[in-house]
Design a protein around this ligand. Structure first.
Ligand SMILES: NC(=O)c1ccc[n+]([C@@H]2O[C@H](COP(=O)([O-])OP(=O)(O)OC[C@H]3O[C@@H](n4cnc5c(N)ncnc54)[C@H](O)[C@@H]3O)[C@@H](O)[C@H]2O)c1
Length: 405
């Protein structure tokens, strides 16, 4: 039996996927409300294909509880934020979960950390727990996750994976478990390499996006179309520049690269600069909106609204979202009342200036900053009537009323 610990954006679909592929799974989360919701037959977030997967897993007998179970394999998928001051990983959730696992795990159990961790985290923070508890019989494994919200179910099935283990035989055993559903290649390596690989993958994307963001700024000053420049440059067989945007959000790309900056502050300068560049984008969008207000003679900031609160399109996750960052910048610079915000994917109240229908949102607005290209509006500028659109994601076409980054 497998006990998945932490039933959030990663743990829940992983548990469901295993259960619906014939593995006996119990999902554990210390959040009672979340477990109650799952036991009442409801999923806890919106994701393409998740409800179908949930129904399959329930039919296959998955159980949800707040209790840690006695079982052969534990998969820990709890948050790994970074300390905003020293930029190092905050391993406290992983440590707490592993400590509880060691209290209940039978002899010879395997403890798989799926949470993203910086290189050395398992050696520094988890291995000592085994020594403290005198539980050297427990095997440690790191199996980081690569799925992208919005396409999680497909990617769980098709992505390649990495398994890092002290003992290659244990690595093979865990690889076999993941191969119950994963059709991608599964690379087996040691734990530190697996830790570093995951952080490097997200750092690569952060740096590439920062490059695109810097190009957007350069092209704006130079009067060039950054999208056309990137489109043509990417025709080169060895060039693949990502797209500029209003900032980077979510639980991974704006977070994980800081682990390297925190652990290697003298060396990881280029990575630090990339993160700072990405972090500058919400303020850049705000400035761009002010310029456009002047160009179009809009002098009342309450006539400008923000469409999109999530960190990417077609998900309901708002963590580290560029819109939240933009609202913070606006508050810091005291530039007017917080802008009105609407996001069809976010029903709960996340910010005080949020409204819950497109009609209420558009009422009285002259300008909309389209921070997220949800399918509801992507390629459909008419969804906003004839209002001026600030389009930092380049999803609104090239109409006369559309202002790019
Ligand atoms: N969200 C993503 O897109 C993504 C992608 C790849 C990797 N990751 C990594 O996966 C890990 C989990 O991320 P997430 O997005 O699923 O987080 P999340 O916040 O959505 O879920 C974590 C869950 O763990 C539970 N939890 C925390 N401590 C616990 C404990 N001691 N015992 C039981 N339950 C506990 C919380 O209640 C929560 O439900 C992180 O390390 C993250 O970096 C996330």
């Amino acid at each position: 039996m497998v006990n998945v610990i932490g039933l959030g954006y990663i743990g829940l679909p992983t548990a469901l996927m295993m259960a619906s592929h014939g593995v006996e799974v119990t999902g554990t989360d210390y959040n009672k409300d979340l477990v109650a919701m799952l036991n009442a037959g409801r999923t806890t977030f919106k994701e393409e294909g998740l409800d179908g997967l949930f129904a399959d897993a329930v039919r296959a007998g998955i159980r949800f509880t707040t209790e840690y179970q006695k079982c052969d394999i534990y998969i820990v998928s709890v948050p790994t934020p970074y300390d905003k001051v020293d930029k190092k990983i905050d391993p406290s959730y992983v440590v707490a979960a592993c400590r509880t696992v060691l209290e209940v795990a039978p002899e010879g159990a395997v403890l798989v950390i799926e949470s993203t961790v910086s290189p050395n985290t398992i050696d520094r923070f988890v291995r000592p727990l085994l020594e403290e508890a005198n539980r050297q019989d427990v095997s440690l494994v790191h199996a980081p996750e690569r799925i992208i919200p919005g396409n999680m179910v497909y990617e769980l099935l098709h992505n390649n994976r990495t398994i890092g283990a002290d003992d290659p035989e244990v690595g093979e055993r865990v690889a076999k478990l993941y191969a119950s559903f994963c059709q991608g290649e599964i690379a087996i390596t040691d734990i530190r390499t697996a830790e570093m690989t995951k952080v490097v993958e997200n750092t690569y994307r952060a740096v590439n996006i920062a490059f695109a963001n810097e190009l957007a700024k350069v092209c704006r000053i130079g009067g060039m179309d950054v999208y056309e420049v990137i489109r043509i440059a990417n025709k080169h067989p060895r060039v693949n520049i990502l797209q500029p945007g209003p900032g980077v959000g979510g639980h991974c790309i704006p977070v994980d690269p800081w682990f390297l900056v925190g652990d290697y502050p003298e060396t990881a300068n280029f990575i630090r600069l990339a993160l700072q560049t990405n972090f500058s984008m919400p303020e850049y969008v705000l400035r761009r909106a002010h310029e456009a207000m002047e160009e179009h003679g809009i002098d009342d900031p309450s006539r400008v609204g923000i469409y999109g609160l999530t960190y990417k399109e077609d998900v309901d996750d708002v963590r580290e979202s560029p819109t939240l960052q933009l609202l913070e910048v606006q508050a810091e610079h005291l530039c007017g009342a917080p802008m009105r915000v609407y996001d069809p994917w976010v029903e709960r109240d996340e910010v005080p200036s949020q409204v819950h229908s497109m009609d209420e949102f558009l009422d009285g607005l002259d300008m909309v900053i389209v921070m997220v290209g949800h399918s509801e509006v992507k390629g459909k500028p008419e969804a906003f009537g004839d209002r001026i659109l600030i389009d930092p994601r380049n999803v609104m076409g090239n109409g006369a009323n559309v202002c790019k980054l």
